[in-house]
Ligand binder design. Sequence first.
Ligand SMILES: [Fe+2]
Ligand SMILES: [Fe+2]
Length: 411
Amino acid sequence: MNIGIYGGSFDPVHKGHIALVRDALASGYVDCVIVVPSVRNNFKRYSMTLPAPYRYYMTKAVCDDLTESGKLEKVYVCDSEFGIKGISYTFMTLEIMTDPEFMTEFLLEQGVKKKKAEGPHEYYWIMGSDTLGTFETWYKPEEILRHATLLAAERPGDGVDVEKAAESVRENLGGKVETFRLNGVECSSHEILSSGDFSSVPDAAREFIARHELYTERTKLAGVSDAAKERFFEAAVWMYPYLGEKRLLHTLNVGYLSAELAVRFGADPDKALIAGALHDCAKELAEDSQKEMASEYSGDLFTEKKLLHAPAGAIFAHDGFGEKDKEILDAICYHTTGRGGMSSLEKIVYLADKIEPARQYMDLSPIRAAAQTDLDEAVRLTALAIKGKFDRQGRQTHPATVDMLRDLGIK
Ligand SMILES: [Fe+2]
Ligand SMILES: [Fe+2]
């Protein structure tokens, strides 16, 4: 097969990206396009707005919608960059993806028939006309050309002489370059973010953005240090193999909301961001591992299956991610039950876990309203609602929760 690979930050994914994929397919050069959201890249290492999992799942939502609705066929999204340690350069992505075993397995997972999936394959690196002009300054361009032909979009009237740029790459680097005509919509992620006009973002991405309240004041992380932001982005990538889509995005949403609440209520936003983001990191580990880790952190305080992941999370965050801060680890440990004498940080993570934007298990508006002005009241309302649910189900209240309820004046 002739396989097109299209990398980018997709921050956010927009209709210009879709047009590029559509016209690359229509050009006849490629039989399918694999979209690869970047995890960290050289140029915008942490200036990307969102951690990689959001951009990956948002792009996937759009491509799934396009294929399911029959608007586009043979478009896949690949998470190959999550496996790269450090900055990912194009040649590294190509090295992984052109590995015959990797590609066959990936195509089989997408439902491609065995004979086709097994190849042999030719690879095309798809790019916009503007990026072809700077290609010779990329890191190891010869390596890229060893793996793939460049396939550059030519947009009439954009003032870029694609043929000239293509000729220059052919002459100076000896690689293969092809061009195709793009009848695309003119838009850029940068313009979308600076104008706040999301009309050129496909519906599926707009829904995704609304559900998680992304690209808002909250996700700008005002008050958070650059070092904590970097750690947050890294935590997101570290957790990717351990959690499914829903849980991973939930735990990251809790990070964002915790940082916002910390700024509002005078706690440490850096610690809140990391504690919130990591709070459910152990939730999908095997029960035996959770048990072992839980008893390592808190003895036999937590034995109920549903509660194990919280103390286990403290150990997993410590051993797996290298989080050493005791306040952060405690906030992770007590996020489900609460406890007596909770710190502001612990209250914030406890609360954010129950009310982050994607949570819909009950009418959360009174708690969300309280969380605008009064942390203790919001925690009290949350604890009351959970206690009510437990009482109705005849479930026993955990001793740590009993202590928290007493602090909150709830009987
Ligand atoms: Fe949890
Ligand atoms: Fe949670």
